[in-house]
Design a binder for this molecule. Structure first.
Ligand code: NAD
Length: 278
């Protein structure tokens, strides 16, 4: 008889769970017998995935949540701990793209990108970590960055910048937990292209020419990307294996890392690595 999955019976909290990669992680976690706390800003699609997984026999709590709002994450954590008692896995996944040249985006758009992509995971950690630290059973915090955290790209600057920040946050958080709470594993997910709505739904700046070109180019790339349910299974399995670097495209991640090393070693200007394709 095979041994039970390491996460079996534990509680998974997933932000951005109503679509794409987050929904894939939710389905994978339910398939491994986890109980689920699902959060998303889109209340209708959130209820749809909650109903789908409840119908399979999973215990699910769905909480409409804007990860940019620190108070909403505090309320999510209160609801999760009150309903289920302990959290085994926190996946800070919610994120948005943003298209257009840096000077074509409004101050509000810049702030929104940083509030969701950078401070979203921070808000999740602030809300959940104290109670995960106090519970001395093992648990895992997973922050979803991107292979974009290792590259430079024009026309998506808030996104690329935010993912560099998310990776940096996750690296530092790993060290903090190693010192303060070694029973908490910290991991960074750096996905390559996954076939989701992230570019279709991305807000853009005030120049349709640059926005439409980016949206069209990138939508084509992700449409040919990995199935989000497969990405969800890969993320769950690598988190369960205790990995720090979690990949959906291991070769793409290796290539991006090697190019970053070469770029920094060469100290050329940011055009020297050339366009990156996973
Ligand atoms: N799809 C890819 O190719 C790819 C590649 C690298 C990294 N990522 C990262 O994976 C994560 C998930 O992206 P995806 O491709 O599944 O995108 P997606 O747009 O398909 O799904 C994102 C989900 O997050 C939700 N969301 C958006 N803003 C929110 C907010 N403020 N609060 C709560 N929920 C919010 C959306 O409603 C949606 O359900 C993101 O962090 C993204 O940057 C995706």
């Amino acid at each position: 008889m095979s041994s039970p999955h390491p996460f079996h019976g534990g509680v998974a909290v997933i932000t951005g769970a109503a679509g794409g990669i987050g929904r894939g992680v939710a389905r994978a976690a339910a398939a491994q017998g986890m109980r689920l706390v699902l959060a998303d800003i889109a209340a209708g699609p959130l209820q749809a995935i909650a109903d789908e997984l409840t119908a399979t026999g999973a215990q699910v709590l769905a909480v409409p949540t804007d990860v940019a709002d620190p108070g909403a994450l505090d309320r999510l954590a209160d609801a999760a701990f009150e309903r289920f008692g302990a959290v085994r896995l926190l996946v800070n996944n919610a994120g948005i793209e943003m298209l257009g040249a840096s000077w074509e985006l409004s101050a509000e758009q810049w702030k929104r990108a940083m509030d969701i992509n950078v401070l979203g995971p921070v808000n999740g950690v602030r809300a959940f970590a104290p109670r995960m630290i106090a519970d001395t059973n093992p648990s895992t915090i997973v922050n979803v960055a991107s292979i974009g955290a290792l590259v430079q790209r024009a026309g998506q600057t808030p996104y690329i910048m935010s993912k560099h920040a998310t990776l940096s946050f996750t690296e530092c958080l790993f060290l903090e937990m190693k010192e303060a709470a070694p029973h908490i594993q910290v991991a960074a997910v750096l996905p390559g292209p996954v076939a989701t709505r992230i570019f279709a739904d991305a807000p853009g700046g005030d120049n349709p020419a640059t926005v439409d070109q980016q949206r069209s180019d990138m939508s084509t790339i992700v449409a040919e990307g990995l199935d989000p349910d497969e990405a969800g299974r890969m993320i769950l399995e690598q988190a369960a294996a205790g990995r720090f670097w979690i990949a959906t495209h291991p070769e793409g991640l290796r290539t991006a890392a090697d190019r970053r090393i070469a770029f920094l070693t060469g100290l050329g200007d940011p055009s020297t690595p050339g366009p990156f394709k996973t």
